[in-house]
Design a protein around this ligand. Structure first.
Ligand code: SF4
Length: 362
């Protein structure tokens, strides 16, 4: 909603601060604890993927405890209820570290950046932000880039939301990470390997007395599988998961004999990645032009049958939006199916002169 943006960034209206724990505080705790864990592991020169589960548990407990003690004047330790939430966060962080370590252990990628701040200049637009994690893998002629956004909520990768301009962040992170890799590795091709949401949670499995410890690990990993977009190149998929057979415990990808099944919604060719990145870039620039030209209409989007852009917006008492009043209505998202969207933003490759979808520093 352009009006929400105007109130927040134009007029800089903020809610009155109160000393209460909000949902985003718990999200910040997870982000802080994960960053702290990776940093400690790096300082001790003991990568996460080399640690045993018990070590990961200790690391999670230390990181959550340190992060919560220093967070917002100790609000996380303020009441017994908050202390309980912190204890629960320790268990969830421990599971998260275990899954992230296992995902790293199974691939060639290494962590290249954590909570990476960026300041991205595009023609008349300047984007600032922070990428939770950037991983890279290398071979002689290529650098492969993967970006990860940790989510404590339910965000899932949705091409229609990207098309509608409601989910541009993750692709922008990939754009930024690839542009930076192109600068650092000017003589190599920069290949988009994957962009993922990782949901921070501690899944519960149904009781099954016949399940072995190894089965349990496989099932937990599957429940904690990242959601996003993966390159259809088999060699890239194998760099992300050495152990992949027909399916993977850690990637939303399936393999038909010798090739990645390209019909799945979570895969895209290098060219499609490239076209999607350009699409998102153009969309961002379109929004930037609208902001500069003073577009501040009250036009919230309906996101699902029971969710709209207004669901978490604090400005309702200012805008007065009410769909029962004539002139006010929710915008609807596209009715296009993902394959139609792909056909529109990434038409079939022509036989000559088509960009191969990779990036170089030249
Ligand atoms: S409540 Fe809805 S219409 Fe009003 S500013 Fe927020 S998003 Fe826009």
């Amino acid at each position: 909603c352009a009006y929400q943006h105007f109130l927040r960034y134009g007029l800089r209206l903020q809610e009155r601060e109160s000393f209460d724990l909000q949902m985003y505080d718990i999200g910040n705790l997870y982000h802080g604890a994960l960053e702290q864990s990776f940093r400690k592991a790096k300082e001790e020169k003991r990568p996460l993927e080399k640690m045993e589960e018990a070590e990961l548990r200790t690391l999670a407990a230390e990181s959550v405890s340190e992060t919560s003690a220093s967070y917002n004047h100790g609000i996380l330790m303020d009441t017994a209820r908050n202390q309980y939430l912190v204890r629960k966060a320790t268990d969830i962080t421990s599971t998260t570290l275990w899954a992230l370590a296992e995902q790293l252990r199974r691939g060639d990628f290494r962590v290249d950046g954590l909570e990476k701040s960026f300041d991205y200049l595009r023609e008349d637009m300047r984007l600032t932000g922070r990428i939770d994690r950037v991983d890279i893998a290398e071979d002689e002629g290529h650098v492969y880039v993967k970006v990860i956004d940790y989510k404590s909520g339910k965000t899932s990768f949705d091409l229609t939301r990207i098309y509608d301009g409601m989910q541009l962040q993750l692709t922008t992170y990939l754009n930024v990470a690839m542009a930076e890799a192109a600068e650092r590795y000017p003589d190599r091709e920069i290949v988009p390997a994957a962009m993922f949401y990782y949901h921070i949670e501690d899944p519960v499995l149904d009781y099954d007395p016949a399940r072995t410890a190894s089965d349990t690990a496989h099932e937990r990993l599957k429940k904690l599988m990242m959601d996003g977009l993966v390159n259809t190149e088999l060699s890239v998929v194998q760099k992300l998961d050495h152990e992949i057979q027909q399916s993977s415990d850690i990637l939303p990808v399936t393999i038909k004999p010798g090739v990645v099944d390209a019909s799945k919604k979570n895969v895209a060719s290098t060219k499609r990645f490239q076209d999607l990145r350009h699409f998102v870039d153009r969309k961002m620039q379109g929004f930037a032009r609208e902001i500069r030209s003073g577009v501040i209409g009250v036009h919230p989007m309906r996101l699902s049958s029971d969710t709209t852009a207004c669901s978490w917006c604090p400005y309702h008492s200012i805008c007065g939006f009410d769909p029962r009043i004539e002139g006010y209505q929710y915008r609807s998202g596209t009715l296009l199916k993902p394959e139609d969207i792909w056909n529109e933003i990434s038409p079939e490759e022509k036989s000559h002169g088509m960009d191969d979808g990779t990036e170089t520093g030249h």
